[in-house]
Each structure stands twice: as C-alpha cells, then as structure tokens.
Design a protein around this ligand. Structure first.
Ligand SMILES: [Mg+2]
Length: 273
C-alpha cells in the first residue's frame, strides 16, 4: 500500500509541470515556432457526466483565438468533426474529428477515412444498442465513424458487462476494432490510423516542419498517447491528468484550467504572426 502510494507520488514527480517549465519547453524548440495540437474533452473542457454538456468556456475560446493569431492550432477529438467544430467555434483552426478520421481546415484542407465502414458501423450500432439496453446507466452514442459505449454512469459491478457486450459485437465485425478511452469503449474502422498518424499527416500536409514549427500536443486520454509517441522525437507531449499514469508524454498539466494558463503563457512568449 505504502509502496504503491509512493510510486504514485513518484510518478507525478517524474513528469514535470509544463507550466513551471514553459521556458525550458520553448528553449527546447531551438528557435522554432510552436504548432499547438489540442484534444477537446478533458483538455479544453472538464470531464462531465454527460459528454453533450461539455461546452467550451468563453475564456478558453478567447485564449484559442489569441493563440491562433500567433501559431498554427489544431483540435483533435474523438467527437464528430461537426460536433467539435461547433463547440470550439474559432475560425482558422484545423479540426480533426473521429480520432483523426475526419479532418478539415482552411484552404480546402480535407481528409476523410472510413466511409466504406459505415454499413458495418450501422449494424454494430443496432447490435450494441440492444446489448446495452440491459445494463443500467450504459449509454450508446453513435458518432459518424464510430459507435461508443459510455460506462461513466454504470455501477462498478456492471462495467465488465459493458466490455463483454462491446467485445461480442466487435467479434462479429472483423472490419471494426475496439479502442478504450475514459469510461468509454469505441468501435471504429480497423484502419491503421490514429491521432498520432493524424498529427504527422498534418505536419507533412501543412508543411509545418518545413516551415520551422515545433509541435506541442496536449491531451488527457489514452487515445492521445499515440500522438505523444509520434511526437516523442520531434516535439513535446503534455498529459493533462490529476492522477499519475503511464504515459509517453514528457510534461503534465493538472486540468483544463492549467492548460489555459499554459496557453496564455505561451501566447505571452510568442509574437504575433
Ligand atoms: Mg480527452
């Protein structure tokens, strides 16, 4: 017990605060200008019991606007593209919905993967809805390129039933794969694509690295680990977490409030374009 608590404390201590070390992060960029990639839920907004209630605070919207006036900013979310774009409502950003399967930005930037998988997702949705109906608190969410089973409001004893239901449906659809997020399982197209690949694709397509950009990715979820790993050698990953966790990120921030402070500090240190 004591040992595991100590490990927890050390886990925190070993991942330095991005807020305290912002000057070190900027120095590490070696004169390059930051390009900022952000997750939405749990990063820009606090986690809430019902995902539909996660609205962006006005101050965060202002912060994103100021940031976007200085550096490239992209939002990468598990939400549908239209959903996340409609919640952030800041022009000039790149938006990547469906964990990067659906990307849109200024100048006609567009990438959509997974349209061929829609019939399988439709069938999986019907099957999973039936199974989850039996589990109190379980919530099915159909997104464009995924089917999500939320278990945030499910009794602790019943959460394994949600996992089993998702696995049973996944087993029937070899063209889909399961991923896990915070209190959610999702079935999505079994394509070798994730937030990490989406970030690398954006760096390449928008010629950001050639344009001397230093990528910073901030996220709180397991799906963000792909992006932390992808940027391990070319940028910085910052985990948003109030609990110690195994992560490929190199810095941490406690919560969305600290994310906003960090972004404001960044704005103060980067001149307008
Ligand atoms: Mg998140």
């Amino acid at each position: 017990m004591v040992a595991s608590r100590l490990k927890d404390v050390l886990g925190f201590a070993m991942l330095p605060s991005a807020l305290n070390l912002i000057d070190e992060i900027i120095a590490g960029a070696g004169g390059k200008r930051p390009a900022v990639f952000l997750d939405y839920d749990g990063t820009l907004t606090p986690i809430v019991s019902h995902p539909e209630d996660a609205w962006l605070p006005d101050s965060m919207r202002q912060t994103l606007r100021s940031l976007a006036a200085r550096v490239p900013v992209a939002i990468l979310s598990g939400r549908d593209l239209d959903d996340v774009r409609g919640r952030v409502l800041v022009d000039g950003l790149v938006y990547a919905g469906s964990h990067g399967f659906d990307i849109a930005g200024a100048g006609g930037l567009r990438r959509e993967l997974g349209a061929a998988y829609l019939p399988a997702l439709d069938t999986a949705e019907t099957e999973l809805r039936e199974a989850l109906d039996e589990i109190p608190g379980a919530q099915l969410e159909r997104k464009h390129f995924s089917v999500a089973a939320h278990y945030r409001n499910v009794n602790e004893d019943d959460t394994s039933k949600v996992a089993r239901a998702v696995d049973e449906v996944a087993a029937k659809h070899r063209e889909l794969r399961r991923i896990s997020g915070k209190k959610v399982y999702e079935l999505l197209p079994d394509i070798d694509w994730n937030k990490g690949k989406a970030v690398l694709w954006l760096l390449e397509t928008l010629e950001l690295e050639r344009g001397n950009a230093f990528p910073i990715f901030i996220g709180d979820d397991r799906t963000d680990e792909d992006a932390f790993s992808a940027l391990a050698k070319r940028g910085v990953g910052i985990l948003v977490s109030d609990q110690p966790d195994v992560t490929a990120a190199s810095y941490w921030l406690k919560d969305p409030e600290e994310v906003e402070c960090f972004l404001r500090e960044l704005i103060a240190r980067v001149p307008r374009r």
